[in-house]
Design a binder for this molecule. Structure first.
Ligand code: TXA
Ligand code: MG
Length: 298
């Protein structure tokens, strides 16, 4: 079942069921061996999936869950290789979208232990931030038994912050809605800023490649020509002849509209998108990260 979260829509399956999880890989067209995030309804269920949880990770969990944060932790027996890609750690998240929480609670009341869910897009493509986008992205790969829960547009719009909690200090593997500044302020540990894709031992194949890409070619500098797509904060005027894809009024709004702007460009068969990156702080770090990946610059 595809379901909404506050970040992006996920494609969910019983995280203990090998066959169900295998279908996620089929539908996404994702190479096997890429680990999946297990979604749970509250920290009460954390011990089922993770062990030897460092103190700072507990603080992070208490503060930012439910919310846009995934913690990578040493796994228990329950987290099988088909979830972790054969690693000894597992990614866990408690989402805050009410529909996601209801789904998880209902599933757990029936004996379920967690829902594995990657973003509900084809491999390497743009994450969906509405039920309609899931439908457009995956319809031809779904069967009549597969469901898409419609929870409206996602509030945050880009994927969760992934934090490696397997060492003495946390390391941000993917920037997201929970920011570096928030983390540093809370636990007084400086996560390594340069580590997003390179220096962690944790294997996160999806984080290494160009990703989050629309069909259009994305440029982060240069001047758009008439007919090109344009994406920038509302304070920046649209260059003559360019097609405005979104008019976000703040960084948060930029995050919310980023992927739907990419989708809009593809639906209009626009071939080039000129996106103006933001000043690198707060959630803008995550936006700039996705823009760079879309532009194949990471
Ligand atoms: O906001 C999100 O995180 C969304 C929603 C649906 O929760 N999910 C999401 O999942 O973005 P996915 O699979 O599209 O991206 C998760 C990334 C992948 O690149 C994967 O390789 C990495 O997280 N990952 C998952 N588990 C991991 C683990 N145990 N160790 C290292 N990386 C992991
Ligand atoms: Mg994804």
């Amino acid at each position: 079942m595809a379901f909404p979260t506050e970040t992006v829509y996920g494609l969910g399956a019983d995280a203990t069921n090998k066959d169900a999880v295998a279908r996620i890989y089929d539908v996404k067209g994702r190479p096997t061996g890429h680990p999946l995030i297990v979604h749970i309804s509250s920290t009460n269920n954390l011990d089922k999936w993770a062990q030897q949880i460092p103190e700072y990770a507990i603080t992070l969990a208490r503060t930012f869950w439910p919310g846009p944060m995934t913690l990578i932790l040493p796994r228990t027996e329950l987290a099988k290789d088909f979830i972790t890609g054969g690693q000894d750690n597992v990614g866990i998240r408690v989402p805050s979208h009410p529909l996601a929480l209801s789904l998880l609670k209902e599933f757990e009341s029936l004996g379920g232990l967690g829902i594995a869910a990657p973003s509900a897009n084809r491999f390497g493509k743009v994450s969906p931030t509405s039920a309609q986008a899931v439908q457009e992205e995956l319809a031809e790969y779904l069967t009549p038994d597969d469901l898409i829960l419609d929870g409206g547009p996602c509030q945050i719009g880009i994927e969760s912050t992934i934090i490696d909690c397997t060492k003495q200090t946390p390391q941000i593997l993917r920037p997201g809605g929970v920011t570096q500044e928030q983390i540093t302020e809370l636990i007084n540990l400086e996560p390594d800023k340069k580590s997003y894709t390179h220096s962690s031992d944790v294997k996160a194949p999806g984080l290494l490649e160009s990703h989050y890409s629309p069909k259009a070619k994305v440029f982060l500098s240069g001047t758009p020509q008439p007919g090109d797509g344009f994406l920038a904060l509302s304070s920046i005027a649209t260059p003559t002849g360019a097609i405005r894809l979104a008019t976000p009024v703040s960084d948060e709004d930029y995050a919310r509209q980023l992927y739907s702007a990419f989708r809009l460009a593809d639906s209009k068969k626009i071939e080039r998108i000129f996106a103006v990156p933001l000043e690198n702080e707060g959630i803008a770090v995550a936006i700039n990260n996705r823009l760079s990946k879309a532009a194949h610059q990471v």
